[in-house]
Structures are given as C-alpha cells and as structure tokens.
Design a protein. Sequence first.
Length: 333
Amino acid sequence: MPERDDHPPQGQETVSQPRQSRSVAATDPARRSATADVAAALIGVTKRYGAMAALDGIDLTLHRGEVLALLGPNGAGKSTALSLLLGLRRPDQGRVELFGRSPDDPAARAMVGATPQDTGFPETLKVGEVIDLVSAHYPNPVPKAELLDRFGLTPLAARQTGGLSGGQKRRLAVALAFAGRPAAVFLDEPTTGLDVEARRMLWAAVDGYVAGGGTVLLTTHYLEEAEALARRIAVIDQGRVVAEGALDDIRGRVSLRRVRFTAAHLPPLDAKALGIERVERSGTEIVLVTARADDTVRALVMSGAPFSDLEVRAATLEEALMSIVRTGRGEAA
Ligand SMILES: Nc1ncnc2c1ncn2[C@@H]1O[C@H](COP(=O)(O)OP(=O)(O)OP(=O)(O)O)[C@@H](O)[C@H]1O
C-alpha cells in the first residue's frame, strides 16, 4: 500500500475537520436504510498523484457479507482504492462511503480491520504483546489465544517480531486485522510471500470470519486465492473497473478456449486468422489458447496431421482477465 499522504491512520482519532463533506447517506435516514446492505463504496471517485490519475472516476460497491476480490495488473489502482476506503487518502473527486459514513468518521473506521501490503512492527515487541497492544484499542477484542490459534501463531507468541520471517510477520499482520471483531476487513495482498500451508490456514480463517457474517475486500495477484475466497470479483485497470461480477460470469465473458490435444508435432496453422493467442507444450501435449475454438479444431482436422485426446475447455481465470484487460485498453483480445 502506498505511503499515507494526508490522513491519520485508522483507529487514530481525527481532531480536525472533514475536508470531504459528510455523505448524504450518513445524514438522511431514508437514504441510509436504502444503502443498509452496503459496507463500503467508491462513487465516481478520481484520485490523482500529480498529473496521473491512479483512480479515474471509479464506482465500486462492497456489500455486507460478501467477499469481493479486486484484481488487476500492477499499478491498476487497487491499493489506492483501499487507502481511500480506509480514510488514509482523500479523493480529488467523487465520494467515499464506509458503512454509510465518510471514512473520516472514526466510528466508521472502527468497524474495519485492515492489513496493508507493507507492514512494520516494533522489532523488540513479542507477537503476543503486539496483539495485546492492538486489541487494547477495541471494546470487545477476540481473545488473544483464539486469535493466535486461528492464524497459526500460537508457537510464535513469545517471539520478538524482529526475529520473525517475512511470512510469519505477514500472518501476524493479517491476524491483527481481525483483532477487534470488525464488521469488515480490507486485506491488501494478504498472502504474498506465504507458503501453501500458511495460505490455506489464512483462507480458512477468512472463511470462518465470513461464515460469521463478516465482509471482506481483498486485493490479490493469486487468482487461486480469488477463486478460493471471493464470490465476486472486480477487475481494475488504469484506475477503472473493466469487469465486475461472479467468477463464472467473468470467465464466461471472454470467448477464449483451451484446445488441448496430443500430437508429435503441431501442424502449421494460421494463428492470426484462427485467433490463437498462445501455444503451450508439455511433451506431446499441446494447448492452443484461442478465441475461435471451432475454427481452430476444424483447421486442425483439415491439416491431416495425426492427433488424439482432443479436448476443448473454457479459459482459465488468468487468461480471461488478461483478455479483459487487453480489450479494455483497446488492444486485440
Ligand atoms: N504515493 C504515490 N505517489 C505517486 N504515485 C503513486 C503513489 N502511490 C501509488 N502511485 C501510483 O498510482 C498508480 C496506482 O497504484 P496502486 O498502488 O494503487 O496500484 P495497485 O493496483 O495496488 O498495484 P500493485 O498490484 O502493484 O500493488 C500506480 O501508477 C502507482 O505508481
């Protein structure tokens, strides 16, 4: 997550003046009930760093009880979106809502737990002490032993954070987001650097939290993570939402298919005319990632080259996302 530029961190009382006016939803009871299922929203938000718009008129809604994954290439604007929702930055245009209020409102921020991409702890404090410190800010924190257990930190409780591995620090940072029993958690690349076991433990902890009514917004570069956790994804590129929906909707939105077969050689095919984007080979197994699967299969048969085990499948989520981003940029899908 980028450096904070203009606002105190979450949990710290703001003494001064909202530069952003309080949202209509916060003051109008009718509007508030209409948005009662909305945990957080960016409404027509633009955020610039100098001349560059990191977010460009973006609309994004996180509903209560859902897990929404923000996906997109490096620099797409995902962390910026989270920092606005947390009140760490303010939009240049548009409105940001957190539980029907401005994120400037400490009461709204207190409902959210967060883990930024970069985390730092006082090196001499022990894991258990860091948890005590953070938990002390909340009226009804998760008991320390329970939090340690949920995130596999029990054996590390007495270790100083300065001696933890990167993955262990990451686990602690994620655990802290849940310490105050938040109504929502915002996780910025929560499992980067974690091994498979730690990642799965964290996914189980998130699942448990959601089963208990929690709301999650996460960014990730691991599509497996989005598939494991999220019911809905929003694909961001160049500061705009370029696709939004259930995972299967997103996958179904692209016509890409994987044409897989076994052959000693790939016969000569006109890749451009057949919409073949990529060829993958592993021994005699060949996969053609193509936007025109029927034509590709026909051309394969017409080539007369021997092949077997033909199979046509939907594109992977990663292929679908790459295609959506390229199409959004006006490049060939
Ligand atoms: N403090 C800053 N000053 C200037 N530019 C910034 C700052 N923070 C982010 N940016 C730029 O804004 C754009 C969006 O960055 P952001 O960190 O939100 O992207 P992201 O989608 O989270 O990327 P990643 O997946 O790499 O974490 C990028 O071009 C980035 O370089």
